[in-house]
Ligand binder design. Structure first.
Ligand code: TYD
Ligand code: MG
Length: 453
């Protein structure tokens, strides 16, 4: 008889404990520890490996039959782009995001249109059938083909799906789904994991593409945390401020395409609209140059995007001056301020510093460093910088300006939008003239850059 000891798991962060506790030692959450059943190891066949009958075969890599990943369009260009060129039959996609950001809206839009060609099933565990219908009606979406199911029991959903054999299923949301085989409450880690495992099996066995909607917790984690991410083929995150119109879908994992690809949408009263030429939306419109504002060209996924970085530096009355960044990494800001002080001779220890990427985008790349430094400097000295100036480059700890990938492409994009000057890392110097009017200034070190201004 195998010895089974009880094990406990945190519902929020999925860490495993040997005994129950009121507070999770890892994520510090309260009342989130629950008992889980450990897997019972099977002792059969110990040592007799050569006598075991196998049903699987080993093949050489080049013997594997080549199949094209069959795709179909989600009927939304930007969604197709993040998915790597369309939905893949039999794939499981997790769409995460804050409540109210537009997950249900986009999937309803996508599914009603796909339903004109393929079999579709929309499973709603959160909203009532009436609410879904009302929204589709208000958005003027075709309602004659889409099949709806209001259910939260995964076994029931699967048995409906096997009978209906749709091409795509949307589960809205995975946190409301439970399986009969477990006792714990819907929304707990074990429930989510088990239900997802069953749905993944359904997708693979019946070649049904499945979209899972997942809510993100306050801390920015997918509730029922990372356990889902490795089970699915693709993980997409919906980002954006609910106060701004623009929404970004970012691929953080994709077995069928590139990661870090983004799709850009605008939330309108007619639902989400794709933004096919996003370059200019993350700029604010100033008539004349203002201090503390610098435009950079960032490369998100496979295309360059112009983004405005704003900084505000004001005298601080606090012992610990504030460093606040919105849409940019806070640690990076602290590092850049230290570089600016040490290698630029500009002390900001008695100043509050705020930086912001306009339009609610999030910039994850180091190419923003130079723009952040120049924006801070421009605000600190209250010197406006021409709004025809464009900047990109990474700043190292010794004050050196380092190259970023795809320099020429960024310059081309800048040329297309009529920028007149570009300050870029010396190693990114283009071979030819990227655009007619664009004057390219290359810099090697932070001190060169400060002299320029
Ligand atoms: P929803 O898709 O319900 O969010 P989620 O499923 O991610 O929780 O989005 C709801 C929000 O979108 C709501 O705050 C209102 C807004 N919205 C619009 O602005 N225009 C529209 O046409 C629709 C349908 C929603
Ligand atoms: Mg919803």
């Amino acid at each position: 008889m195998a010895k089974t000891t009880a094990q406990f798991q945190c519902r929020e962060c999925a860490s495993i404990l040997n005994k129950w506790a009121g507070q999770c030692p890892d994520c510090k959450g309260w009342n989130c520890i629950e008992e889980i059943k450990p897997a019972v190891s099977t002792q059969r066949n110990r040592g007799n490996w050569t006598e075991r009958e196998t049903t699987t075969d080993i093949v050489t890599l080049n013997e594997v039959p080549e199949t094209d990943t069959a795709r179909f369009s989600s009927q939304l260009d930007e969604l197709d782009r993040v998915l790597g060129g369309g939905m893949v039959h039999g794939s499981v996609v997790l769409l995460g995001g804050d409540p109210g950001i537009g997950k249900s809206t986009i999937l309803l839009q996508c599914l009603t249109r796909v339903s004109q060609q393929y079999g579709t099933l929309y499973v709603t565990g959160e909203e009532s059938l009436q609410q879904v219908n009302l929204r589709a009606k208000r958005l003027d979406l075709p309602r004659d083909q889409l099949k709806l199911l209001s259910s939260t029991c995964v076994e029931e959903i699967i048995s409906h799906a096997v009978k209906l054999q749709p091409t795509v299923i949307v589960i809205d949301s995975i946190q409301t789904i439970y399986t009969d085989s477990l006792q714990s409450a819907a929304g707990s880690v074990s429930q989510i994991r088990e239900s997802t495992a069953l749905l993944v099996r359904l997708a693979k066995q019946h070649n049904i593409a499945i979209f899972l909607v997942g809510h993100v917790t306050k801390e920015g984690q997918l509730a029922g945390p990372r356990v889902l991410e490795h089970m699915v083929d693709t993980v997409l995150y919906f980002e954006g401020d609910s106060s701004t119109r623009y929404r970004v879908i970012r691929a953080v994992k994709n077995r069928f395409g590139a990661v870090n690809e983004i799709g850009i949408f605008a939330m309108t009263d007619q639902g989400l609209k794709t933004v096919s030429n996003p370059s200019a939306i993350f700029l604010s419109t100033h008539d004349k140059p203002v201090s503390g504002s610098i435009i950079m060209v960032s490369r998100e996924g496979s295309r360059p995007i112009l983004v405005e970085i704003q900084a505000l530096v004001t005298e601080s009355h606090l012992g610990n001056p504030r460093r606040i960044s919105v849409g940019l990494e806070a640690n990076r800001l602290a590092m850049l301020l230290a570089v600016l002080q040490r290698h630029g001779g500009i002390p900001l220890y008695d100043q509050d510093v705020f930086i912001n990427a306009v339009g609610g985008v999030r910039i994850n790349e180091t190419g923003a460093d130079l723009a952040i430094i120049l924006a801070i400097l421009s605000s600190f000295r209250d010197k406006p910088v021409s709004n025809r100036l464009l900047v990109f480059g990474e700043v190292g700890l010794s004050g050196e300006i380092r190259p970023v990938p795809n320099g020429e492409e960024r310059l081309k994009e800048a040329g297309k939008h009529g920028f007149e000057t570009a300050i870029i890392p010396a190693a990114n110097k283009p071979r030819g003239q990227p655009a007619k009017v664009l004057k390219v200034i290359t810099v090697n070190h932070l001190s060169d850059t400060l002299n320029l201004l």
